[in-house]
Unconditional design. Structure first.
Length: 289
């Protein structure tokens, strides 16, 4: 895929951008540019274009609005001590994005093109990357069905886009996260879309998240759909449990069953922990335990 860059003529002034980056919040401000590429069944992917951030124009009958054909990713760019910028395992995000696309019957974007598009946006908007430890430039690639029509079938047109926002630490490092175990609602069932990063999974989780907030909790712990017994994951992250101490410690995490999102941080922690000599185990963990 060729990447075309059309610099924005309305870039935020340096002083204004620095104010945004100094107190970023999450999803509060967006960078000067975005990435777009279109796909259709006949000609495949268009070139990638880095252009001025702005609204998308969609027909009211675009299929994404009616049948939920949408996927996304979440990843970060970090400022380094030497002034460079680093992405954390972008190829893994690209691979998961392609797998999500296959499950939702959207076109699979090649991993190399996914990574190149993300890097092009980060290079163009490098001034938006916060420099404080714990802060980052949060990058949101997504894909939506854009064919106009109300037939219930896979769309023959799609839009891939990438936007970015400076982000403070997602959770307060000085405060432990409190959790609410949901026994009334479930996130996903076997054979469903649990392992795909698609908007429908998150929409279905919001009611339980509201319930957790009313109970004074930060996150929901999801149980399996069949028995409401086996721990699966949380609303914003995968779960780990540590048994024992020191050399006898074992790190446990629920195994991937098709109902959990295969977290990139999850995979990284398991690999690093094993390399450091810790025992790691993936399996079924009951709520009684």
């Amino acid at each position: 895929m060729k990447i075309n860059v059309i610099p924005s003529t309305k870039k935020l002034a340096d002083a204004e951008r620095e104010k945004c980056v100094a107190e970023p919040g999450f999803g509060k401000y967006f960078t000067d540019h975005m990435v777009v590429a279109e796909w259709n069944q006949n000609s495949g992917w268009s070139d990638v274009t880095v252009k001025e951030y702005g609204p998308l124009s969609l027909d009211p009958a675009a299929m994404v609005f009616h049948y939920g054909q949408e996927i996304f990713e979440g990843m970060k760019a970090y400022s380094q001590p030497d002034g460079s910028i680093a992405l954390f395992r972008p190829e893994a995000n690209g691979l998961r994005f392609a797998k999500s696309a296959a499950r939702i019957t959207l076109p699979e974007l090649p991993v190399d093109d996914f990574v190149a598009a993300v890097k092009a946006l980060v290079v163009q908007d490098a001034g938006w990357v916060p420099k404080k430890i714990g802060e980052s430039l949060y990058i949101r690639p997504f894909m939506i069905a854009t064919e106009v029509g109300l037939g219930v079938r896979p769309s023959n047109k799609a839009l891939f886009a990438v936007i970015a926002t400076p982000a403070a630490a997602y959770f307060n490092a000085a405060k432990a996260v409190t959790v609410w175990i949901s026994t009334e609602y479930v996130r996903a069932a076997l054979g469903g879309t649990g392992e795909a990063k698609c908007g429908g999974n998150y929409a279905a989780s919001l009611l339980a998240q509201q319930q957790a907030a009313k109970e004074g909790c930060d996150q929901v712990v999801w149980l399996d759909a069949q028995e409401r017994r086996w721990v699966e994951e949380m609303g914003g992250m995968n779960l780990y449990f540590v048994r024992g101490k020191g050399k006898d410690a074992t790190i446990f995490t629920p195994k991937l069953t098709g109902t959990l999102l295969p977290g990139i941080t999850r995979d990284s922690i398991l690999s690093v922990a094993s390399d450091l000599g810790y025992k790691v185990q993936e399996g079924m963990i009951s709520i009684d335990e």
